[in-house]
Design a protein around this ligand. Structure first.
Ligand SMILES: [Zn+2]
Length: 360
């Protein structure tokens, strides 16, 4: 445990800087919105049954195909499954469930801190993954608290947060990331391990704001640009009927936000800095909101008895993401020396103990 820390650099994390600026970035701007359904987090049978996946890629793909999904990603642990329509893998094999989804990765990174991860260790993993993947998602933050909200507000170099996941939803953590001025796109996933179990399928999904016929390049651009809506199914089975979709999310003159849905919903909410509720509408298919000078980011939530929907964020200026922070060389050197002394004294202590026992 001490030894593994010796390999992690110590980073100099910057103070948070909420989104500012006169103009607004709206990933949904435009007069028509088209949606295609996605799940990028599914496990199939792999590693000789060692990891928890129960079905073959063909079985999984046909289940999601029949439910009308356009984008399907088989996210095996530490392996890019060549049968996956969207190529990606889930990084992380430690006990703490600090996992990342690496889309279109050039290679699998095996380095991990398996027992305990300091904030700097978590940053180091992101730094190692960053050059190998085109879309880097921090998976299920609340699952065993792999990432806290505080950590998401300091880490840099990641593209998105898997806000909805069967193993734990992380809306507050995502708000921390957005409130700190880091543009994190939103995705939602089943994290299914058995696609034949109806409780595991279509429990959470992502709607991407591109038509089903879109190219992979367009999909990638939409994911990076935050043009997604995350859905949570409040019923125990896949939905068979229609559910509300966003028809219009428009900012007019940088001062007025207009939202229009395809169906009436019980509640519509506009959320802003710190996760605070800025406006609410009940039993309606639309909401308008006069943007305040102190608004930094805005996102929309919709609720019915069947689903919850969370749009990607609209932010001031642009979809800015914090870079990987600089390394604090002095602190890294001190940590290495301190850990060196600790290891050496443990070694010497052991040797002394063995000798005194042998002398008896
Ligand atoms: Zn995971």
């Amino acid at each position: 445990m001490v030894g593994q820390l010796a390999f992690s650099p110590v980073y100099r994390f910057e103070p948070i800087r909420p989104f500012t600026g006169k103009s607004w970035y709206n990933p949904f701007q435009g007069d028509t919105l088209e949606w295609s359904r996605a799940n990028f987090h599914i496990h199939t049978q792999n590693w000789g049954g060692l990891t928890a996946g129960r079905r073959s890629p063909q079985e999984v793909i046909s289940v999601y195909d029949s439910l009308g999904y356009t984008w399907i990603g088989l996210s095996e642990y530490q392996r890019i499954n060549p049968s996956s329509p969207i190529l990606l893998y889930e990084h992380g094999w430690g006990i703490g469930k600090v996992h990342q989804l690496c889309f279109w990765a050039e290679k699998v990174v095996w380095w991990d801190y398996p027992f305990f991860q300091t904030l700097s260790a978590k940053q180091h993993i992101i730094a190692l993954l960053r050059p190998t993947t085109r879309f880097l998602v921090l998976a299920h933050p609340r699952f065993l608290h792999g990432y806290t909200g505080q950590e998401l507000s300091l880490l840099g170099g990641y593209d998105a947060v898997e806000v909805l996941n069967r193993y734990g939803d992380s809306v507050a953590e995502w708000d921390s990331a957005l409130s700190s001025g880091h543009y994190a796109s939103i995705i939602a996933s089943d994290n299914a391990h058995d696609a034949y179990n109806p409780h595991q399928v279509m429990s959470r999904w992502t709607e991407v704001g591109v038509p089903s016929s879109a190219s992979i390049k367009l999909l990638e651009r939409a994911l990076l640009g935050g043009r997604t809506v995350a859905y949570k199914n409040r019923t125990p089975f896949p939905l068979s009927g229609p559910y509300p979709r966003f028809r219009l999310i428009k900012i007019e003159g940088d001062t007025l936000l207009r939202v229009q849905l395809s169906h009436r919903v019980d509640t519509l909410r506009i959320i802003g800095q710190g996760g605070t509720v800025r406006a609410v509408a009940y039993d309606s298919d639309e909401i308008t909101y006069s943007i305040r000078v102190y608004d930094t980011y805005l996102r929309i939530e919709a609720y019915t008895s069947e689903v919850e929907a969370y749009t990607g964020a609209l932010v001031r200026s642009g979809p800015h993401r914090r870079d990987i922070p600089g390394i604090d060389r002095m602190a890294t050197a001190i940590q290495s020396i301190a850990l060196g002394i600790l290891s050496l004294s443990a070694l010497l202590g052991g040797w002394w103990l063995l000798r005194t026992r042998a002398d008896r």
